[in-house]
Design a binder for this molecule. Sequence first.
Ligand code: DCP
Ligand code: MG
Length: 375
Amino acid sequence: AKSGPSAVTNTMGAYACQRKTPLEHHNAVLTDALLLLAENADFCTNEGRSVAFKRAASVLKALPGPVRRMEELQGLPCLGEHCQRVIKEILEHGASSEVEMTRHSEHYQAMKALTGIFGVGVKTAEQWHRAGIRHPADLVSSEHKLNRAQRAGVEYYEHLRVPVTKAEADRIGEIVKRAVDAVLLGAEITLTGGFRRGKQTGHDVDFLITHPDEGREEGLLPKVVSWLEARDLLLYQKTNKNSYLEAKEWPARPPSNMDRFERCFSIFKLQRPWAALEEPPQSGERGAAETPGWKAVRVDLVVTPVSQFAFALLGWTGSQLFERDLRRWAGQKGMSLSSHALYDCEQKRYLRATSEEEIFAHLGLEYIPPGERNA
Ligand code: DCP
Ligand code: MG
């Protein structure tokens, strides 16, 4: 019973946090198709359907080789009838009519462009779409009111749609490190998000900041922001205070996906000379977004007390589906996991941890390293 595809399929867990999901996998044609349908379901505010497509794609990402026949899917979790229909059509005809129709639909394209604006979610995009807005450019001349984030989002739209490279993320890491060192001796910064999972590009750069002496990190961000602003390194920033109080969390408040750390959503102004040295521009073929000597880059800075650091690191490394399934797994085990803490609902106590490994152990899960959390 140990040979053949069923040996693999039978052992695959239904939760993304039970599986190893590498960055590079063997089924991109299928997962791209399913993820487009997931994205479209999000644009139609159908979260349940979106998650179902994302789960199916995630299962295919974890397979050891390319799927060639439907029989190979036998026994795999999370592959509903709809997903199987899409996969079957792609295996037989090379493409799915539903996916291609969606990809070319006016609603999908407009929603993709509008939700691609920093500060714009599906609800706002849908309202604008109903009012005839199809593209960020339509907003410039319209009477629609934009908040400060959205104005920055429209202004830097062409910059922000260009993926951030790992080299750019590392350069921004150096700048953030300098800012943090200047305002608080001994503070530490960690690159998280997709780059920690080994991605070579991302839509933003995510950092965690902490200090080995609990409490010293309080109020750090406004000082970091002032340091950056004084050097003309920020195009936009919004800083929120820490609103997490452990004593008030349970049972008064249900665990939330949104964490409440001191946090700064920002847009950095990254000067180009360093990049130009590494990659000389190709003669005159650079896009309009790349003509200035700088590039706008989305950066998230999150400050965590050191006692919560392992939870913040686990919660901010992603992927989003991996995080979702970690929380669902915890719930099913009678625990509640957030980016701040792990709470045992039966024993009515917090389970402490100083490393990600300890949190996986508390949850009764095999440790999955960041590079294999690309669910
Ligand atoms: N995260 C989360 N819930 C949120 C915000 C973030 O679980 N509301 C976690 C999961 C993400 C990670 O934080 O993987 C970082 O968020 P990003 O949106 O930046 O996602 P990635 O870094 O994974 O993707 P990208 O490479 O596109 O930036
Ligand atoms: Mg990110």
